[in-house]
Design a protein. Structure first.
Length: 375
RNA sequence: GGGGAGAUACCAAAGCGGCCAACUGGGGCAGACUGUAAAUCUGCUGGCGAAUGCCUUCGUAGGUUCGAAUCCUGCUCUCCCCA
């Protein structure tokens, strides 16, 4: 159940609470991505105790291939398997339809994948991705969709939207005829597609809204299109998606993207950027973004981020973190990931506070200036 | 003392008459990364220049040749084997 607590007077931003069996999720929220049952390089304990992450993601495709559904079933679901007691959301594998182009074939029935691990063939359908997600036991399951690439011609996206909604109808049937395996209710979120075409997005948003599920997602964005296009699409879609249900913008994005999307009425985000970019030496800080590998940090003994979004941010210096990352030390990737996630989580948490105070818009504008700095 | 091998850019290491400012690794410098096939990938790495290009390089000093990192001679240094 989703409750809106307050709205920003000068934007579409809202602060709410999404209740799930494994805990309440305050929105806006950022969800760290833990594709293979792990937020890469980070202990569950750090996610909860240090960063206070409220919910994390898993991925149907990756978990299905490894460890496989038999193991997950024996384990009693992903929560138990990975010792994570808070909410989980699983992506359906729809993004892999996009990212594994060349390793998959689309049919009306579903997507035939060649495993990136051993080349074996598998089929994902709207039905079996629900079944797999039932076994995983995530609090929020995603409908199987086609995430179309960008750029993409109109005819293709039109077909893609039709396929996604055909799949959605089937997913809902399966969702309704099956029950959770582990005693906790599971929500199903449908996904709006339509590329950067306004009419296709409208059509998809209308069909999505009509499904009447407990939350709705927008997919197929941040796949290469200019940010302004993405913002425009968000506005069009959010005009149509029900106001009283959480809106999840999938795969987004940069700190600035998050604030712009919150401004337009988005409640939930996930993105690999804080963890992947962190591992690759890119840090998001309250001063702006920086490449930790750059020589200029070699003798900078100031804290990673003096505003301290996480415990490691003030505990370690830039010079030390640079040394770790340059040396390829595991700890470097770990500290960078923890800091970046802490930064993202604190950013949306502060956005939430500002919304409740009613001065989100002003704060957002000043933040965007800072966040756009390249140090 | 005798015999042998070798000296190439920051390091290692190819090249053995023109296609060589010199393969490839490493290191260094910079960039990318958005529902994770990613602790990955890309570019640059003698000097000057935006660039065609020009200049200076393959231990060192000479030589042969239209042309030398590559062939010849002297010198210096290193390593290995035998005494």
């Amino acid at each position: 159940m989703f409750t809106i607590e307050s709205r920003d007077p000068e934007s579409k931003a809202r602060a709410g609470i999404l209740k799930t069996p494994h805990g309440d999720i305050p929105t806006p929220i950022f969800m760290p991505v833990g594709t293979a049952g792990t937020v890469k390089g980070i202990l569950q304990r750090d996610l909860t105790d240090d960063m206070n992450a409220k919910i994390i993601l898993g991925n149907t495709y990756h978990l299905y291939l490894r460890p496989g559904i038999d193991i997950l079933k024996k384990a009693g679901g992903l929560h138990k398997f990975m010792s994570w007691r808070r909410p989980l959301l699983t992506d359906s594998g729809g993004y892999q339809v996009f990212s594994l182009t060349g390793n998959r074939k689309l049919t009306d029935e579903g997507a035939i994948f060649k495993s990136h691990i051993d080349g074996s063939r598998h089929i994902f359908t709207p039905e079996n991705t629900i079944d797999i997600q039932r076994i995983i036991g995530a609090d929020i399951m995603m409908a199987f969709d086609e995430c179309a690439p960008w750029p993409c011609d109109y005819a293709y996206v039109k077909k893609s939207v039709a396929l996604t909604h055909h799949w959605l109808d089937r997913a809902i049937i399966r969702y309704k005829e099956t029950d959770p395996l582990w005693g906790a209710e599971q929500l199903l979120f449908p996904i709006v597609q339509g590329g950067t075409f306004d009419d296709l997005r409208k059509e998809s948003a209308e069909k999505t809204a009509l499904a009447g599920l407990e939350g709705n997602a927008i997919g197929g964005l941040s796949v290469g299109e200019p940010a302004e296009e993405m913002y425009r699409i968000i506005e069009i879609v959010n005009e149509i998606l029900p106001d009283d249900k959480p809106r999840y913008l999938m795969g987004v994005g940069t700190p600035v993207n998050l604030l712009e999307a919150i401004d337009r009425g988005i409640d939930m985000f996930d993105c690999v950027m804080p963890t992947r970019n962190g591992r690759n030496g890119m840090l998001f800080t309250s001063e702006g973004t920086l490449n930790m590998r750059n020589k200029k940090w070699a003798d900078d003994f100031s804290p990673i981020d003096s505003e301290g979004p996480s415990a490691v941010s003030t505990m370690y210096s830039k010079a030390y973190l640079r040394h770790l990352i340059i040396s390829g030390e595991n700890l470097g990737a770990q500290i960078a990931s923890i800091h970046n996630l802490g930064f993202y989580l604190k950013l949306v948490e502060e956005a939430r506070e500002r919304i409740k105070e009613g001065n989100f818009k002003k704060w957002k504008n000043s933040m965007i200036k800072k966040l756009s700095e390249r140090l």
